[in-house]
Write a protein that binds this ligand. Structure first.
Ligand code: ADP
Ligand code: MG
Length: 697
């Protein structure tokens, strides 16, 4: 056992009671954990503020001055200690509510103090409660200008474990550890990239002398986090590639060629061609493909998927395409049936509302190998949906599917099928390298020619009449309009225009029989949904009032206006998805974002981003920056929670560097057998229990 694995209670000054608190409150169980209890921030003691210039917007301030008029005020529970700090520019009150006698006795008159604390407003005056005091002794040098401020919690404070006490424990820790802080990153990497050693970095991060110490030490510790995060992903991925074979689709056959040369109504874009090639290479490599296909709305992913499915079929197996909603599944089914026309392929649709007798037939045909392409929803995941020989699984709009659900598809064949996951929510590169770290990635970064960028307009209630007359003029030109509301559930107490009210007001402004309005929301029956969708698709209805059920994939090229009510309530990616429902035909399309008059600053920024950009990747980056990685999906499984210092948004270059380095090492030595990589080997062996979730993507 290493010294740093010693239980924390054996640190001098800790003991069993404090140990329990440190464990519970900060997750510190061992010496090593305390080393990784990084300061939240540092106070630069060389940066002295003056009383005249501080206010309550300052966070921690450092002041220098003399302390007078130390007196106990009040009695009983309201008793507290008050003192005046004077620094030549002004006077400020210091207060204490605890340890009054001790503080009072320790303050010396005519002595200059360094005083640190957070200014707060009390009874109209700025004061500092429970400041940290340190008498200035000009005879001894003060080498460390930076004071580390450690995290704390209410319970720790109550037990009198302050930032200062943690700093003290850390000092003691370094005394007990001496030089015994082992390196974790292979020495060759440390040397090659000029990283400080782990011991150096940890010493400096807790006890920096100059500002660059903080930067360098923090960078090394961030790198370490990212290095092991990438190692987890990439090692797992590598092992999977070596372990599980993949079916080999060697030939480009008749179906593919017939479709490509005779049925395809347009030329593929360069990006589509490139991506088809990437996928093809995967599918003939002998390894199972796990590929994420990203492409902005309308970039033609479905077509790419279809080509790949034909490739698979030409190589003698079945394929399936899974969509997140019934509407989408149906739409894919009809598009694909139409595109493949009379090519003699057997295409089936299986959703929750497929009739039982039909379901039975489909399942039998599937087992017999008669169905070439099965399209559907979650229904495909049921255990009794069995294929004769499933070779390729395509999952559309993957973020709607949970990891667990996807794993069910995986086991539908003895040799695992190739998996292509498509998403229209562009994933910022930094996420592609982390949350989706063990998928290969293809990007369609080009739209089919002739698309006109959608014009996005922001309007408030005051502009509603103008919006309505604009909609009338578009409808008069024969175009169709979506109006989307954020509300799905009436029981929500938010003061939103709910869908019903919205529908009523639309039908007042656009009365029958001149206008027809369809309505769509998640709680309608499948038949009702289909009926309404059909009314809109066929052009009978001019307006579709809907919740976000139409967010993904719905394709009605004649629709040219998307009105989003309460747009401030939507996330950026969702707004972008919704906007992607228009601009699918040749006509100029519009997206109108309706919001209330007053917006929060992030609300305003979101709206501005939408108005100024149609680039899904830019929007996704902005979204990530605005939200922070805090509420990312898949975060639990993704290892993001293990990151204490690194931040995948702001440290993207470092994420990339760590990934490249790990990848190179693994390419050279996939099993990490060489002695130089022993530290990495040890890490992956210790992390074997880590969920193998990449396998189930
Ligand atoms: P996505 O699923 O990526 O949002 P789709 O596959 O639904 O996009 O394609 C959007 C529209 O663009 C469809 O109507 C499709 O037929 C058309 N399309 C796809 N690829 C091309 C291309 N290379 N040239 C012209 N139109 C294309
Ligand atoms: Mg699509």
């Amino acid at each position: 056992m290493n010294l740093i694995d010693t239980p924390i209670e054996y640190l001098k000054g800790v003991g069993p009671t404090r140990a329990t608190l440190l464990q519970r409150e900060l997750g510190i169980f061992t010496f090593g954990d305390l080393l990784l209890c990084f300061p939240n921030r540092y106070v630069d003691r060389s940066h002295i503020s003056t009383i005249a210039t501080i206010d309550t917007t300052c966070s921690m301030v450092v002041l220098r001055g003399q302390i007078h008029n130390v007196q106990t005020i009040g009695n009983g529970r309201s008793m507290h200690l008050s003192a005046q700090l004077t620094d030549g520019t002004g006077t400020l009150e210091l207060v204490w509510f605890k340890g009054l006698k001790w503080v009072k006795d320790s303050i010396k008159p005519s002595t200059e103090y360094t005083v640190m604390g957070k200014p707060t407003l009390f009874n109209g005056h700025v004061n500092i409660a429970h400041p940290e005091l340190e008498p200035i002794n000009y005879n001894t040098l003060q080498p460390d200008n930076f004071i580390a401020v450690y995290p704390s919690t209410e319970k720790l404070k109550a037990a009198n474990i302050t930032s200062k006490s943690i700093a003290k424990l850390v000092r003691q820790l370094f005394v007990q550890l001496g030089n015994d802080i082992p390196e974790t990153i292979p020495p060759a990497v440390v040397t090659l990239y000029h990283l400080p050693t782990r011991a150096e970095a940890l010493t400096l991060i807790h006890n920096p002398r100059v500002a660059t110490d903080i930067t360098n030490a923090t960078a090394r510790m961030k790198f370490e986090e990212l290095f092991f995060m990438q190692l987890d992903y990439l090692y797992g991925k590598k092992q999977r590639e070596l372990r599980t074979g993949g079916r080999i689709f060697a030939k480009v056959g008749e179906k593919f060629n017939t479709f490509y040369h005779q049925h395809l109504p347009f030329e593929l874009t360069g990006a589509q061609k490139r991506v088809v090639k990437e996928i093809r290479n995967d599918m003939k490599s002998g390894h199972q493909m796990n590929r994420l296909l990203q492409g902005d709305v309308g970039s033609g992913k479905t077509l790419v998927a279809l080509l790949c499915m034909l490739l698979a079929i030409d190589n003698g197996c079945q394929t399936c395409l899974m969509a997140p909603t019934e509407i989408l599944a149906k739409q894919h089914h009809s598009t694909i049936c139409r595109m493949l026309g009379d090519m003699g392929l057997n295409i089936a649709l299986l959703t929750g509302s497929t009739r039982t007798t039909d379901k039975k037939k489909i399942k039998t045909a599937l087992r017999e190998g008669e169905i070439d392409i099965l399209i559907g929803t979650h229904a495909l995941l049921e255990d009794n949906v069995q294929f004769a020989d499933l070779g390729l699984v395509v999952i559309d709009e993957q973020h709607r599917f949970g990891v667990e659900q996807r794993s069910k598809l995986w086991v539908k064949n003895s040799l695992p099928p190739h998996v292509l996951v498509m998403t229209a929510t562009p994933i910022p590169r930094t996420l592609a390298m982390t949350v989706y770290g063990d998928l290969d990635c293809s990007v369609i970064d080009e739209l089919p020619p002739g698309r006109r960028p959608i014009k996005t307009i922001h309007s408030t209630e005051a502009g509603r009449l103008r919006v309505i007359s604009f909609l009338r003029s578009e409808i008069a030109k024969g175009r169709q309009v979506y109006v989307v509301y954020p509300l799905i559930d009436e029981s929500e107490t938010l003061d939103l225009n709910n869908l019903d009210e919205g529908y009523d007001s639309i039908t007042r402004d656009f009365p029958m029989p001149q206008y027809q309005t369809a309505i769509l929301h998640g709680r309608m029956s499948a038949e009702a949904k289909e009926y309404e969708m059909e009314r809109f698709k066929s052009g009978i209805a001019n307006i579709m009032v809907s919740t976000t059920v139409i967010e993904v994939g719905v394709d009605v090229p004649n629709a040219t206006v998307m009105v989003i009510e309460n747009a401030e309530r939507f996330g950026l990616s969702q707004l972008h998805q919704l906007r992607g429902r228009v601009g699918r035909g040749g006509e100029q399309s519009y997206c109108i974002l309706m919001t209330k008059e007053k917006l929060s600053s992030t609300g305003r920024e979101r709206i501005n981003t939408m108005v100024n950009s149609t680039d899904g990747f830019r929007i996704a980056e902005a979204d990530l920056k605005l939200r922070g990685p805090g509420d990312l999906q898949g975060k639990q499984q993704s290892g993001l929670l293990q990151l204490k210092l690194a931040d995948i948004v702001n440290d993207e270059p470092m994420v990339r560097a760590a990934r490249d380095i790990v990848q190179q090492l693994l390419d050279r030595d996939p099993q990490l057998q060489s002695p130089e990589l022993a530290l990495m080997k040890r890490h992956v062996e210790q992390h074997k229990t880590h969920v193998d979730w990449g396998k189930i993507s």
